[in-house]
Design a protein around this ligand. Structure first.
Ligand code: C2E
Ligand code: MG
Ligand code: MG
Ligand code: MG
Length: 277
């Protein structure tokens, strides 16, 4: 009986596994057509100045509007794009789209920055700097309006190469942000080694302030360190007034989170920007 049960469980597990593998292959296949079928879009989440409470920019966040699956979160498909190498083409699309939107806003006098997310694999392309430069100059945008967000994982992929490439971006005038700060495995010495402009405190540290004393201590330490290194700080995942008040008092420079706005479509973001101007 036990054996039978065991066998059944094994079958069930096997079945579930097969289902997972199938689903993954299906996502992969559907993603192969997503670019040419125009299924990707960008949403924009405001970044707000802690002092003036004005929108100073946005982060571009990719969405996949799949005919089969509906709106898919990047948490589900960006890893697949990265594992298959499709991310390279998609990043180029993101940059083009970000430049187009940024240019449109600037032409209307809405002078904001726009941040895009780059993956480790993007930095394995030696001509990444040239590719982005070409697009930015084709649109007639000054690099200082474009911000490049990288995670600690990107930095660690190949220390020498990424630091050289980030220095090249920095020389051109791009802003560089370290995303999800505190969740990776990088050492603090990297904060000096890489030419960073900004730290984005991961939302896992923001969530339980000001009540969790450990998180309060960590956030205080990050803010003090950033300030002495001349880095600006963005708090991610700000959802509550108490977080805004605490972070403002401690000298955090910018906020991003549902308290101010969820990521919005291009047109909704424009409406918000005009109302905020
Ligand atoms: P991220 O770069 O750290 O982006 C912030 C994520 O936090 C976004 O999730 C955003 O919607 C979410 N968020 C913002 N405010 C709040 C809040 O107050 N509460 C909560 N609970 N969440 C909040 P999203 O859009 O699902 O993106 C997830 C991740 O996918 C991004 O994390 C980024 O790592 C990746 N990603 C998004 N777009 C791109 C892209 O174009 N290229 C690459 N390589 N990765 C991307
Ligand atoms: Mg980001
Ligand atoms: Mg982040
Ligand atoms: Mg994240």
């Amino acid at each position: 009986r036990a054996k039978e049960l065991g066998r059944n469980q094994y079958c069930l597990y096997d079945h579930a596994l097969a289902g997972m593998v199938n689903n993954r292959l299906e996502i992969e296949n559907q993603l192969r057509y997503a670019l040419s079928r125009n299924e990707f879009l960008l949403h924009f989440q405001p970044k707000v100045d802690a002092k003036t409470r004005k929108i100073i920019g946005a982060e571009a966040l990719i969405r996949w509007n799949s005919p089969e699956r509906g709106m898919v979160s990047p948490v589900e498909f960006v890893p697949v794009l990265e594992e298959t190498g499709m991310i390279l083409e998609v990043t180029q699309w993101v940059i083009t789209e970000a430049c187009r939107v940024l240019k449109a806003w600037h032409q209307q006098g809405l002078m904001v920055q726009l941040a895009v997310n780059l993956s480790a694999m993007d930095f394995r392309q030696q001509d990444l700097v040239d590719q982005i430069n070409t697009q930015v100059s084709n649109f007639g945008i000054e690099p200082r309006w474009l911000e490049l967000e990288v995670t600690e994982g990107v930095l660690l992929d190949d220390l020498q190469r990424t630091s050289e490439m980030l220095s090249a971006f920095k020389r051109e005038g791009y802003k560089i942000s370290l995303d999800d700060f505190g969740t990776g495995y990088s050492s603090l010495s990297y904060l000096k080694r890489f030419p960073l402009d900004c730290l984005k405190i991961d939302r896992s540290f923001v969530r339980d302030i000001p009540s969790d004393q450990n998180d309060v201590a960590l956030v205080n330490a990050i803010l003090a360190m950033a300030s002495s290194l001349g880095l600006v700080v963005v708090a991610e995942g700000v959802e509550e007034l108490a977080q805004v008040e605490f972070l403002s008092e401690k000298g955090c420079d910018y906020f991003q989170g549902y308290f101010f706005s969820k990521p919005l479509s291009e047109s909704d973001f424009e409406v918000l920007l005009r109302a905020d101007a």
